[in-house]
Design a protein around this ligand. Sequence first.
Ligand code: SF4
Length: 467
Amino acid sequence: MSTTLAEKVWADHLVRKGSDGAPDLLYIDLMLMHEVTSPQAFEGLRLAGRKPRHVDQLIATEDHNTPTVDIDRPNPDETSALQLTTLERNCKEFGVRLHPLGDADQGVVHAFAPMLGLTQPGMTIVCGDSHTSTHGAFGALAFGIGTSEVEHVMATQTLSLKPFKTMAVNIEGELPQGVTAKDIILAIIAKIGTGGGQGYVIEYRGAAIEKLSMDARMTICNMSIEAGARAGMIAPDEVTFEYLKGRPHAPEGEMWDKAVAYWKTLRTDDDAVFDKEVTLDVADLEPYVTWGTNPGQGAPIGANVPEPESIADETARNAAERAIEYMGLKPGTPIKDIAVDTVFIGSCTNGRLEDLRVAASIMKGHHKADSIHRVLVVPASSRVRLQAEKEGLDRIFKDFGAEWRNAGCSMCLGMNPDKMVAHERSISTSNRNFEGRQGKGSRTHLASPAVAAATAIRGTISSPADL
Ligand code: SF4
């Protein structure tokens, strides 16, 4: 029977097929952990007197609660400090490998693992974090799970699940200059809505996807969650193999050849049928920016903030009205006229090396606009930071007037010292723009690193073409 990529990976991990509507039991190859969603799972294991079933298939890092400056000093936030020391204690007690703050491999959970070659095609990967979908860029079936499921995986290395539906998102056409993976995914979410992918694993396919680097593919799969999907995937190809070769956890020698031979089988059969298909032609795509308070409330940068009365659907109209009010905007305002206070370049969506290179190439020789309060550049992992410094990108950022930070989730969410205050407005390369996401009352516009860098130069939302 012809199958899709997701169905192939599922079948290869099936421990037991559920009968009479019962869920299947899937083997899990790798579970990633961080300080926020692991404490209850460790506690559950402790209370049950259990040990992890395969401790070498669990790996943890510190990211959400970590400060990105003065990392050698005690954490200024009591709750954050407790979360981090609890993770350290738990990992020590249960023998789980941890890359803590200050370690060369520490970083945002979805950034450090691919860099180590831990994320590989055809794997099942879970984490108590929704953006686990990022790892699908390698052709892995990767998705976020709840705390009790984290405990279940620790104890059994398996998970009970009902099969997901499958959706193909075909990205066709040649991507115009200055338009990036972030613009593609924001355009998809604007097209299908934040619930459009609910219950599905999305497979991104097509000529435009095949031309993307691994960093760009991770950006796309990362935001599958913002379209409501359980996971996003891209079939592995030469770009994937090239990225993985020589990484610390990639197979070597004969094992590498065997692995590549298997990875090449991980493609959707020509006549396989998806439950749903969507196509986006990117030939005329402009950079995308969100104007509202969910990632689907986005528009091309040359558009205006919508007039709610022009929206036919009542629910969408009401949501737009509320969002425009929260964002402190006037309907009909050109998006390019919106002035921001803060620029955040980082996160598991766009804090990778390629993102920093793009931002640096635009900022080079410029200085941030006087009206911009701060520009935070936060590498997604310590390895990204080290490589960026080797290339002199840190110098460019500092000369520009930006703050060059240590790796972490940082201003992606208001859970560490990098917060915004009420009514402060940012352009952010992260993935969520919900009310208060970057701090109570904060206002977030999602965009690509290229748009964030151009905006930092001009002070108003801008694309590199506006410079
Ligand atoms: S960078 Fe943001 S989205 Fe990514 S794991 Fe951290 S908090 Fe979550």
